[in-house]
Design a protein around this ligand. Structure first.
Ligand code: SOE
Length: 390
């Protein structure tokens, strides 16, 4: 007989792109992981009744609500999963914490520092388990890179350079969707993509102490419209245009507390790059490179290799030695984007069973927000900015 596991009854808000990724993870988790707690897909919430009902059926949820507040009132829900637009995160998370629910929140944590602090305080006060969904930390190759760095295999780290390049809004006729409206998302490429690179930098190299940034909006006006699914959009059908008030591209230089230097670039105008999340780290004894579009491979250079045979080797991170990889298929049978969410949620389930908040959690979200804010201020003032102690 299997051991009896704690059931974690989930209520999820938002059911589009991230809702689909999270739903798939909840469904598949027990298939691959023997976690100490098991998710139960209890209910989803969305405002459009026909849409949320259809999504509940398709994605495998037992019930639905048309108001997220109902999820908080229900005593058959333990975990609130927030995948709605960024301007809703703080209100929902604070109310969820006050209702004693655990929280998984999509990135970026929220709109600004003030909200981030209130969210963190509410979560700490309520003593609930909290996580932020920086899923790229959960790529086995990234986990293995962390092991190599922490084990000293790369020696002293001198450089990190990261790019996060996409191209889905380059057509000037691409509509002014919520992801391009400051009042809904807080920032553009910055919070959407750069937040991921900042998280990977903090995870792999450590905290940053100062930054110098620049931001640009290339297309200043766009026709009105909304997302129609994934990263596609539909025009509103009117001839109306609106002003784009978020960044299309952002770049920054950083100093790490360790003494390392960082160079970062994120854009939605990197023609041909669909999800070009890449990084390179150089240390005194070796270097590594990673690219999300070939996410299972880690490229590693070690100075200790025999002269003449030195060069970047490609490690396919699908062996049992590679964190999370052993839960899936035999070596060489690769995994994909969706598995990063399964891995993250397996950690979340362990956290809920054990009463702790696995990293990345709201404390990481706050540190990420500090860096995002300092870059924005620096871009505005054209001065270097320091990252305050927190
Ligand atoms: C769109 O830019 C997006 O879906 C982001 O919102 C995600 O965080 C990123 O992982 C992939 O691209």
């Amino acid at each position: 007989m299997g051991r009896s596991k704690k059931k974690v009854r989930v209520g999820m808000i938002g059911y589009k792109f991230m809702g689909k990724a999270h739903s798939l993870a909840y469904r598949n988790l027990p298939f691959f992981f023997d976690s100490d707690a098991e998710p139960v897909m209890q209910a989803i919430a969305g405002r459009d009744e026909a849409g949320v009902k259809a999504a509940a059926e398709k994605l495998g949820w037992s019930s639905y609500e048309t108001d997220w507040r109902r999820l908080l009132e229900r005593d058959d829900i333990d975990l609130i999963d927030i995948g709605s637009p960024n301007n809703t995160h703080a209100e929902i998370a604070i109310a969820a914490a006050e209702a004693g629910k655990h929280i998984l929140c999509e990135k970026p944590l929220c709109m600004n520092m003030e909200e981030a602090v209130r969210m963190q305080q509410a979560a700490h006060k309520a003593g609930i388990v909290h996580m932020i969904c920086h899923n790229y930390r959960y790529v086995p190759a990234i986990r293995y890179a962390k092991k190599l760095i922490d084990g000293g295999r790369l020696g002293t780290i001198y450089h990190m350079r990261a790019t996060y390049l996409q191209d889905w809004i380059m057509d000037p006729q691409f509509p002014l969707v919520w992801r391009l409206r400051k009042e809904v998302c807080g920032s553009g490429t910055h919070g959407d993509l750069m937040a991921h690179s900042i998280d990977l930098a903090r995870y792999l190299v450590g905290e940053m102490t100062e930054v110098s940034g620049m931001m640009e909006t290339f297309i200043k006006q766009r026709p009105l419209g909304e997302m129609s699914g994934g990263l596609q959009a539909a025009a509103s059908g009117t001839a109306e245009y609106g002003e784009v008030d978020v960044d299309d591209a952002v770049a920054f230089l950083a100093r790490f507390a360790s003494g390392a230097l960082g160079v970062f670039e994120a854009t939605r105008f990197g023609k041909g790059n669909r999800n070009g999340n890449t990084l390179e780290i150089n240390g005194s004894k070796g270097s590594l490179r990673w690219d999300m579009e070939n996410m299972n491979n880690l490229h590693l250079y070690l100075d200790e290799d025999e002269r003449g045979m030195q060069g970047f080797r490609t490690i396919n991170c699908t062996e049992p030695e590679h964190p999370f990889a052993g839960a899936y298929w035999p070596p060489g049978h690769i995994i994909g984007y969706e598995h990063t969410f399964i891995n993250l949620i397996s950690d979340l389930m362990q956290g809920i069973a054990g009463g702790y908040s696995p990293s990345p959690n709201f404390d990481d979200g706050i540190r990420n927000q500090l860096v995002l804010t300092a870059i924005e201020q620096s871009a505005r003032s054209k001065q270097w900015g320091s990252i305050p102690e927190f």
